[in-house]
Ligand binder design. Structure first.
Ligand code: FES
Ligand SMILES: [Fe+2]
Length: 392
């Protein structure tokens, strides 16, 4: 249980200044009980990222997702709004939707054909009362609609709040929106998706994303167009991450992709990689944006999802397809390089020779802060506020 994993001395060890702090213990990465507590205390009470709206662009589109191991289904309703439901039939509990579908009028369970509206109401229960008798005495269909999950959208990003009582999504994402006020999200055009199944705990993917210390050794090519020494940390109450002051689109091989229109001069060569809890990472560049999410699938397995966007219709021409592809291919390769490391860290979490890792006070302030916030949330302490010296 998390109480045994997160003893008071371990939480104190994480609340220490970064140069003295001790990393989360191995069991936080290998225990299924700990993951179950994380589902309840980290994922459910927050706005967890589910999918991008571009995966269900039209009315009648349906898209199944797993959020922290819970099967959900997103539907684009007749009025164009996105709904989220537990993806399970109310009759005998079959998982209702296995694959994304287009142009659905209803959701029909494949087992006994109970039929639901895209807004969740149970519409038909064929032959439920006997041949040609679709009703049953004492059975009230209105009580057996799909179980709704609180759902909201921020700039094409669809979030769910399973506990139903998180603060409004707009409030949670406001610091990110203010930080990126110059980036016109209405210009973004969704271009591609990529899924990775990874043998690692979800937290290792996030911790890896939060620091640029590993660039020279893990990503020598990325380090050519966005080198470690040009990186800085993002250490805010609303988001954590890192970025590069010197992202070179020419060396990266996509000099002609159009930039966001209203960037200031430093922003036209800046890349930023913030994380918003519990499971959303993003990459903002002068000429493209990506969403990189993670869903735990057991303590030692995760599913990562990339969604790539470019800026404006002019970026989506045939002529620029090679440069768009270069961006996507570069991030596939970068992620493969990261996967080698985070799977190796997961294997290392089974070694008794590692328990009390340490953080670089320059490069890993964000990784430390991620672990610190998580440990305090799991131990159900308020996160102590303190001045954090930004590395980088
Ligand atoms: S389980 Fe869905 S209709 Fe029976
Ligand atoms: Fe990396």
């Amino acid at each position: 249980m998390s109480d045994e994993v997160l003893t008071p001395s371990i939480v104190d060890g994480l609340n220490a200044p970064v140069d003295q702090a001790i990393c989360l213990p191995n069991e936080a990465y290998t225990s299924d009980d700990f993951l179950q507590r994380e589902r309840e205390q980290v994922f459910d009470p927050q706005w967890a990222f589910a999918a991008v709206g571009s995966r269900l662009p039209r009315r009648g589109d349906v898209f199944p997702v797993n959020v922290a191991g819970r099967p959900l289904v997103l539907t684009r309703d007749r009025d164009g709004s996105i709904n989220a439901f537990h993806n399970v039939c109310r009759h005998r509990g079959l998982k209702l939707v296995e694959e994304g579908k287009r142009g659905c009028a209803t959701l029909v369970c494949p087992y006994h054909a109970w039929t639901y509206a895209l807004s969740g109401e149970l519409k038909k229960t064929p032959h439920f009362g006997g041949p040609d008798c679709h009703d049953m005495e004492g059975f009230d269909r209105s009580q057996y609609g799909l179980m709704s999950v609180r759902c909201d959208v921020w700039n094409d990003l669809v979030f769910v709040n399973l506990s139903g009582d998180a603060p409004p999504l707009a409030e949670v994402m406001a610091p990110m929106g203010e930080h990126w006020a110059n980036y016109d999200f209405s210009q973004l055009r969704h271009a591609a998706s990529a899924t990775f199944h990874v043998d690692t705990n979800w937290k290792l993917a996030i911790e890896n994303f939060l620091e640029s210390y590993h660039l020279p050794w893990t990503h020598p090519e990325l380090n050519e167009f966005s080198e470690m020494s040009a990186h800085f940390s993002l250490l805010e109450p609303g988001f954590l991450g890192q970025g590069s002051r010197d992202y070179d689109s020419t060396v990266a091989g996509h000099p002609d992709l159009p930039l966001f229109p209203d960037l200031n001069e430093p922003q036209s060569r800046t890349a930023e990689y913030p994380y918003v809890g519990p499971n959303l990472m993003m990459g903002m560049h002068p000429s493209y944006f990506f969403v990189f999410s993670i869903q735990p699938d057991g303590s030692g397995r995760s599913v990562e999802q990339f969604e790539f966007y470019f800026v404006g219709d002019a970026a989506m021409t045939e002529e620029l397809s090679g440069q768009r592809e270069r961006v996507i291919e570069a991030w596939r390769n970068i992620n493969d390089e990261d996967i080698t490391m985070i799977e190796g860290m997961q294997r290392g979490r089974h070694s008794p020779g590692y328990q009390h890792g340490r953080f670089s006070p320059y490069h890993e302030t964000t990784t430390h802060e991620f672990q610190r916030r998580l440990a305090n949330r799991m131990a159900m302490h308020d996160v102590p506020t303190r001045a954090v010296a930004g590395g980088g």
